[in-house]
Design a binder for this molecule. Structure first.
Ligand code: G16
Ligand code: MG
Length: 213
């Protein structure tokens, strides 16, 4: 049984990838190139500025630092606009009942997200007060696959890394969890996500009983 659980946000608790995708796609189109859903896979779990750098590389476009800051801000404004109507109906299946099971068993849980918008999103879906700690893009210096986000989560919950379970839908996040010395559950396809300890297609498949085995 784990002593603490760390959740990624985008792709695990809520599906924000589609909103990120639309905002990045619009930016790419304005810069004169196309951006596909397959391209978008490379941005999952990656910080905003690193995502922009990947996008510019795909379009083979070079920009100065100040131009990049303007482009990242423009993308974020649209993203924030697009998630403004989000509510609890967008919480992914199985999340609420698993959080209830953790509460019943007095197992604390924290958020470990690359997103600077994480607190805003948690408030929108009504889960902000549930988390015992929130480590997000504002609280870390090193983005996933660096383990910092999850190490800080374990520290905030006063639990050893080896007693933590991480839920992640991105390759960079799985690597971050493994580098932190944690047990990592990949949410998604094991053919795409490499190196996790266990795989589920959705949180509906998760239970403390499964983790105890
Ligand atoms: C998320 C997404 C990424 C996004 C990043 C930064 O991370 O998966 O696609 O680029 O946050 O988001 P923002 O621009 O809101 O700061 P995670 O770690 O929650 O999956
Ligand atoms: Mg994610």
């Amino acid at each position: 049984k784990p002593k603490a659980v760390l959740f990624d946000l985008d792709g695990v608790i809520v599906d924000t990838a589609k909103h990120h995708f639309q905002a990045w796609k619009q930016l790419a189109n304005e810069l004169g190139f196309s951006f596909t859903e397959q391209d978008n896979e490379r941005l999952k779990g990656v910080s905003r500025m690193d995502s922009l750098n990947i996008l510019l590389e795909i379009g083979q476009v070079t920009k100065s630092q100040s131009e990049k800051e303007e482009l990242a801000a423009r993308k974020n404004e649209r993203y924030v606009q697009s998630i403004s109507t989000m509510d609890e109906s967008e919480i992914l299946p199985g999340v609420i009942s698993f959080l209830e099971e953790l509460n019943e068993n007095h197992i604390p849980f924290a958020l470990g997200s690359a997103s600077k918008n994480a607190p805003r999103i948690l408030k929108k879906i009504g889960l902000y007060d549930q988390f015992h700690a929130i480590i997000d893009g504002n609280s870390i210096a090193n983005a996933k696959p660096d383990p910092e986000v999850f190490l800080k989560g374990a520290e905030a919950l006063s639990v050893n890394s080896k007693d933590c379970v991480v839920f992640e839908d991105a390759q960079s996040g799985i690597e971050a969890g493994k580098a932190a010395g944690m047990y990592v559950v990949g949410v998604g396809d094991s053919a795409i996500l490499k190196g996790a300890n266990d795989y589920i297609q959705s949180m509906e498949e998760m239970s403390l009983n499964r983790l105890s085995k």
